[in-house]
Design a binder for this molecule. Sequence first.
Ligand code: SF4
Length: 360
Amino acid sequence: MGQSTPAKERLMAQQSPSQSKSNRFQSSNAEPLLQIKDLHVHYETADGAVKAVSGVNLTLYEGERLALVGESGCGKTTLALAIMRLLKPPARIVQGEIILAGRDLLKLDEEEMRLTRLQEVALVTQAAMNALNPVMRIEDQIIDGLVDHGYEETKNTFRKRIHSLLEHVGLKANVARMYPHELSGGMKQRVGMATATALQPKLIVADEPTSALDVVVQRQVMTTLGRLQKETGASVVLVGHDMGLIAQFADKVGVMYAGKLVELSPVERIVQEPLHPYSDLLLQSVPSLEAKADRLVSIPGMPPRLIDLPPGCYFAPRCPMAMPHCTQIVPELAPTRDGRYVACHLFTEPSTTAAGEVKA
Ligand code: SF4
């Protein structure tokens, strides 16, 4: 694994010096902010259960930025919405725990969860831009959210607070009096971030927050999200597909395949030397303006049907490194000698691997 390609070299060059020095992944002794334990999410269909998330274990500490990556349908957005408890039928959380600051979110009743959203965990999505009410001024929409969480202040006090929120996301105070149609896509996304961080949540879940924006605005929005994270100390779970943006933003990367976490690594390590064959192919397939077409690698085959998963390693039918036992024994996510986590028989003895809590 870890063959150097123009794409990987470009991603390494895009990392900030502070990321390269970051060692939070391996050294944190603090209490975890978020623990996901053996989470399973199914979509119940007439043909059977579509296993969108299968036994994900994950731990995130205060102030960490985790990016979840993988092809479409790998379960990353389902996982993000499960954390928010915003999945709708036919999706169903079948098993597991999502512990945020010591409370299992799956045990809260609807009212407790409604109050927890925004107050402790907030969502920023691509759809947030279009979720703004077209006939309400921006300030009234943000005030609605605050009042909904029990805040009672004078209009002037609310306004001061909203101006400060808007400034934090790089918008002028006069945006508060505007209607959504007066704002560009990037401005609307920043309003979404201002709304999401109005109550200083401990965790921000950002689900493809930039995918509807042009490249320049994408970078501005990610810079704003990074600044907000630093200022508030919140942790971030970012769902994304642009490895360039992720390399610049994240502390660590979780690679998902067919509903499973197959690798969890500090961003600089995975960019330099991905361990899982799928991570390696994913990084090699990143397009680059400088790369010649014949050096781009595509991932062979298609992901498995989640309603009919193959035995053993789900990636085996597409894996260039597959061994005979790969199609029989499920590789569990297990720590490597350098403190990373990978679910692949190339790195662990299949007879000795065991599912365990993943600590970062
Ligand atoms: Fe490939 Fe086997 Fe590793 Fe799966 S377990 S990724 S098939 S080498």
